[in-house]
Design a protein around this ligand. Structure first.
Ligand code: NAD
Length: 267
């Protein structure tokens, strides 16, 4: 899809990958609204020339409100970037509330947005949903139970949307990067929780940490060519193929990698 003159919403747009996506969309001629829970969202919007909405994109009425705000600012939404995300519980022992929250933001928010947008897109014969998942949604992130689980769910939902509504003119892509230089990743470096530090090391040792602007460029190219799987780290495809070709071997390799990261023996 050519995004020029189109209306786009980017959730989690106050910083990190979301802000870079919004800036890249604006450079390509789109009219953008950024939505974020962070109070800085209005200020960022002013800096980059976007409209803004502040609130929780995972709340049921949050999605309705932010779509109404986008429509009031720029007209009906053509592209929706479901990008806001959190890390969530590191293991299975954490509070149920933590699990609810990570499912709400990383998965339910995508479902709620699609539910609100798809009927209008079907009627217009056009619309584009871009889900920010993660390489953790294809490969599992060591040290992050909630993140790995919900990012797999986000890939699953994006696939389902693509298959179900592709014939109605609705396009869906799914972004699955490894490390990107944002607070979400760098917060793990000095985290108090050892599992968070291991998770950070698992990502930063696996490949180059990209800048958000590099990722945004790759995403815009994929939207232009309407490619489903967006891999700013091309090596993720090799890892994913290896997993698919011999799942048990891949699991053994991941367990070995986990032991190495934890400072134990690889054998
Ligand atoms: P970030 O923490 O810099 O940005 C996330 C933004 O989402 C923040 O501005 C935050 O305020 C906002 N947000 C969180 N919960 C929200 C909510 N309920 N409602 C509205 N806004 C909310 O992190 P980022 O790295 O830019 O993350 C963006 C997306 O990229 C996430 O989905 C993340 O999982 C994914 N991702 C990041 C990396 C990485 O290494 N940084 C790798 C793969 C995938």
């Amino acid at each position: 899809m050519d995004v020029n003159s189109k209306t786009a919403v980017v959730t989690g747009g106050a910083g990190g990958i979301g802000r870079a996506l919004a800036e890249e969309l604006i450079r390509h001629g789109a009219r953008v609204l950024i939505a974020d829970i962070a109070p800085t969202v209005g200020q960022v919007a002013e800096e980059i020339g976007a409209a803004s909405w502040q609130g929780d994109v995972a709340a049921a009425d949050g999605v309705t409100e932010l779509l109404a705000a986008a429509e009031a600012a720029h007209g009906p939404v053509d592209l929706y970037f479901a990008n806001a995300g959190i890390v969530g519980p590191t293991g299975i022992g954490e509070d149920e509330d933590e699990w609810d929250r990570v499912f709400d933001i990383n998965v339910r928010a995508h479902i709620r947005a699609a539910k609100a947008l798809v009927p209008g897109w079907q009627a217009r014969g056009e619309g584009y949903f871009v889900s920010t998942s993660s390489a953790a949604g294809l490969l599992t992130q060591i040290g992050q139970a909630g993140y790995s689980t919900t990012k797999h769910a986000a890939v699953g939902f994006a696939e389902w949307l693509n298959i179900t509504y592709g014939d109605d003119g609705i396009r869906v892509s799914c972004l699955c990067p490894m490390g990107v230089n944002t607070p979400l990743l760098t917060g793990g470096e000095r985290a108090a929780d050892a599992a968070d530090r291991t998770a950070n090391k698992a990502v930063t040792s696996a490949g180059r940490v990209l800048e958000p602007a590099e990722v945004a460029e790759v995403v815009l190219a994929a939207v232009e060519s309407e490619t489903f799987l967006i891999l700013p780290h091309p090596e993720v495809l090799d890892m994913y193929r290896m997993k698919g070709s011999d799942y048990d071997r891949w699991l053994r390799g991941m367990r070995r990698y986990r032991r190495t990261l934890a400072g134990g023996s690889a054998s």
